[in-house]
Ligand binder design. Sequence first.
Ligand code: ADP
Ligand code: GLC
Length: 482
Amino acid sequence: MRILSVTSELHPLVKTGGLADVTGALPPALAAHGIDVRTLLPAYPQVLKAMRRHDVVIKYKDLFGAPARLLTTRMNGLDLLLLDSPLLFGREGSPYADARGLDWPDNWRRFAALSAVAADVAAGGIADWKADVVHAHDWQAALTAAYVRHSRVPETPVVVTIHNLAFQGRFEARIFPSLGLPASAFKLDGVEYYGGVGFLKAGLQYADAITTVSPTYAREIRTQEFGMGLDGLLRVRDSAVHGIVNGIDITEWDPSTDPHIPGHFSARSLAERKQNRKAAEQRFALKPGKGPIFAVISRLTWQKGIDLIIDAIEHIVVHGGRLIVLGSGDNALEGAMLAAASKYRGSVGVITGYDEPLAHLMQAGADAILIPSRFEPCGLTQLYGLRYGTVPIVARTGGLADTIIDANEAALTAGVATGIMHTPSSGDALKTAISRAIELYAMPARWQAIQKQGMRADFSWARSSALYADLYRSLLTEVKKP
Ligand code: ADP
Ligand code: GLC
């Protein structure tokens, strides 16, 4: 079976969050099911720099205003199709925004182009490789479903995966004539969305299957509270919606071999974690202490409950804990974190920016990771935490609720607890959870049992890739039915 995966991010080439981890790790896992995945990605400057051998498979004289080429290459063990359009993607830095963090005003054109090219590939644009199923990720690729429906191969099954319903790709109606879709597509059950154009909305409308990245989030997004305006449509499409929890790349995130950490360890022996803890203390200029080190590795945004963490910093410090933070995002939250670091020098360390090796060191050296998200489609940092013996402290929402077992008395007695869970959106609940962590940490046998239970949990892609394989197969049999 051949799958065309369409995405705006792919680890390790271009990443702003978990989307890249997923699109980078799922194809090799699908290969084990006999599935051949090619991934279509914009040829951003950093991607072109990393590219070696390649072939040109499609040439466009005019793709949304300028010449472009589709290149094929193999990088990092993945078969890639790179959309090389200097006009649209020849910009350094973030894939979505300028140096000041403002979204590029032509993002609609950039990602419509990506989606239109995906439909060209689906329609046989490349000699000897035709996709059986097209899998589009997030709003940047979601318009693929509309282009496929209005192409020469409208029956090609399309899966749209929602990684985060907060990002929808909404634009003014005036862009519609430039999209190259038939006028009839501008309708309520087409791309039209509250009088404008909705890229994700269009994807959800036209997709054969809609997936999101955990079963709980799949339920939540059909409610008004979490549906972000799309819950009505998702309820209409109820039978097409599936929740498949993300896996992690267990080779890249392996504490027994990780090249980014000084002390290698495993569930059998945690002793070497001490070295990583020391290295992390040094990186964040922490004073030595007896209490736990809490880590935050995150986009600094409202979704992630970063404001709740800021409010809890005094509580952490007063009770003997320390905090290390790596992240970037909202200016106000970044500023408040930096202010806390200077107020509680030696107990709180903050590094702003994006640093993949440092994220590994923090997972390997901290004692607990804080993820008090207001909503969380899946979340990957709690899964990396489990694998590295960093106990996740998470809000009971979305994928966090699906992947962590709270250390209540029953779970502790049964030997299945893997983390600490609290009510979402509540500063008091977060502080109580932090206190519970500090108490448990003071009982080393209990704490180690939680660490080891987490390390034994299997969140590799083995199970979830099988679910995607089944879904793709079910779509093919549906289509073939007379
Ligand atoms: P989201 O995709 O919503 O940001 P996830 O938990 O799914 O959240 O994925 C976040 C990914 O980004 C993880 O791989 C995490 O380690 C990484 N990450 C987040 N912030 C940083 C940062 N500042 N530096 C390095 N890695 C980061
Ligand atoms: C999104 C979500 C996150 C999820 C990731 C990968 O960025 O916010 O919860 O883990 O996508 O699916």
